[in-house]
Design a protein around this ligand. Structure first.
Ligand code: ADP
Length: 489
């Protein structure tokens, strides 16, 4: 054969070999293929496949390997080279170690009648050994990956089970706010509160990105209180945890209410005792000294007694109204009347009280008479209460103290404003100011006697007549209460 043809034939054999070996998919296919390939070169009598173990070698197919061959295997394994050894009873043993980067992966050993192996065959076997070792290594790596994947998958399932059994909703977002994961309860929260919850979360995520590592928010959705924790993870993802804290909030509210009621009782007893003590002291003086008392002093004393008795009556009326409202036993009796006239009346009856507190009382009324269809007595009570507060909480530090009542025609509605330049109400108290027993927690408020039920009664009475009440107030500057009613004709 010409050299050129020889080269071509060798290449074609090698190419067949590459194709054959690279299509192998598991160890048993590899064994068969090695056997067939070796058989093409020499006659194989017995073939063995051995795997290196910690103790030595293990025959893959549980065949008994003759001791003589086993010794030769151990020897060849050290050199990692294809070797041929003559056997004691004739013939020889061919040992092919398959290794990658000096690591022994598999050993093929066979008994053969062939005494010597040609150079061409050795080249062929070397290539086969190299390719097969690569495949074995890949298969081992592939199996390892499969095993690792199985472990990862079972861990993932386990983790999901835990996350799904959490009472809280949990979701993970990437740094572009795309959702990567959500547990079952997060799903439930979304079903219940819909888009507005997700939008709220996204807005808070933007804030988290700007302001730091963790944000905790409490937010009311459809009369449920949710606590929402947002944290940034080390991988720059965002973790969102939602819990329903309605129960805890309600408990907190009831506890607070209970505490407020206790405080209320002690305030009320104190409030009742003060005018009562004055009435008692002045009456005793009159009884003891009536014979020596001039008419002027007697009038003075009697006036004080009358004032204190009025104060007592107002207090008791307020408490009575409050308890009637609690029992829902207040009826609204609507009638048509002029609001301008009613405000004139309220103005006159509060003027002297304001003056005695060094407060100037104003009224601003439209020229046109505004007629409304409301409960006149209750509207009067509402305004008296607001004016009373405006005088009570006037700022002693100011030279000019005023309270202004304004009536405004607003088409089919009417606005009544009660404004003062008193101590004001800090913003954080604005919402709570209408709650029962609530008083602003400040020394300026505590200087003034009060029970904390006035505004809750006012709000209830306004709403019972279909009206609205709100306020604007700045601490140390003053307060303006707004009331809106439908004229209702
Ligand atoms: P109180 O009997 O304490 O006056 P209210 O229910 O009438 O109870 O008012 C509740 C609280 O609101 C008061 O304790 C006070 O802190 C605040 N407040 C009400 N009106 C005014 C006002 N015009 N200026 C400043 N604070 C006010």
């Amino acid at each position: 054969m010409e050299q050129k043809d020889l080269i071509l034939e060798t290449y074609s054999k090698i190419s067949d070999l590459v194709m054959e070996i690279s299509s192998l998919k598991d160890l048993s296919q590899i064994e068969n293929s090695i056997n067939t390939l070796v058989n093409r070169i020499l006659t194989v009598n017995n073939a063995y496949f051995l795997k290196p173990t910690e103790k030595g070698f293990e025959e893959v197919n549980n065949k008994n390997v003759p001791e003589e061959i086993m010794d030769l295997v151990s020897w060849a394994a050290k050199s990692l080279k294809i070797s041929v050894f003559p056997l004691e009873e004739g013939g020889s043993a061919l040992i092919i170690p398959f290794s990658r980067s000096q690591k022994l992966l598999l050993i093929y050993a066979c008994e053969t009648d062939t005494e010597e192996i040609s150079n061409e065959a050795t080249v062929f076997l070397n290539i086969m050994s190299f390719l097969t070792a690569t495949i074995i290594e890949n298969l081992e790596l592939y199996e390892e990956i499969l095993k690792t994947n199985e472990i990862i998958e079972s861990n993932r399932k386990f983790l999901n089970q835990i996350l799904d059994s959490m009472i809280s909703g949990l979701a993970v977002y990437d740094n572009e706010y795309k959702e990567l994961f959500r547990n079952k309860n997060f799903e439930k929260f979304e079903q219940e509160y819909g888009k507005k919850l997700i939008e709220f979360i996204k807005e808070e995520l933007v804030k988290l990105e700007i302001f730091g590592e963790k944000i905790t928010k409490e937010k009311e959705f459809d009369e449920h209180f949710l606590s929402i924790d947002l944290l940034r993870t080390e991988e720059d993802n965002y973790l969102v945890i939602i819990s329903d804290i309605t129960g805890t909030k309600e408990l907190e509210r009831l506890r607070k209410l209970d505490q407020m009621k206790t405080e209320f009782l002690s305030t009320v007893s104190h409030e009742l005792r003060t005018p009562l003590a004055a009435i008692k002291a002045y009456s005793e003086s009159i009884v003891e000294s009536l014979d020596f008392m001039d008419t002027e002093t007697l009038k003075d004393f009697m006036e004080t007694i009358l004032n204190e008795a009025n104060h007592l009556q107002n207090l008791l009326d307020e408490i009575l109204d409050f308890s009637r409202l609690e029992m829902k036993s207040i009826n609204i009796k609507k009638e048509e009347f002029s609001l301008n006239e009613l405000i004139d009346e309220v103005y006159s009856s509060n003027k002297s009280k304001a003056e005695s507190n060094d407060v100037k009382l104003y009224k601003v009324l439209p020229k046109e008479n505004i007629i409304v269809n409301l409960d006149r007595t209750r509207v009067k009570q509402i305004l008296s209460n607001l004016i009373d507060n405006a005088i009570k909480y006037s700022d002693k530090r100011k030279d000019l103290k005023f309270v202004k009542i304004t009536l405004q025609d607003r088409g089919d509605k009417v606005w009544i404003l009660v404004e003062d330049n008193g101590i004001g109400i800090p913003k954080e108290h604005h919402e709570k100011i209408f709650e029962k027993f609530y008083r602003v927690d400040s020394s300026l408020t505590y200087e003034v006697s009060g029970t904390g039920i006035g505004l809750s009664v006012v709000k209830e009475l306004v709403e019972m007549q279909g009206g609205k009440i709100w306020l604007k107030s700045v601490e140390n500057k003053g307060t303006r209460f707004y009331i809106e009613f439908d004229k209702g004709k």
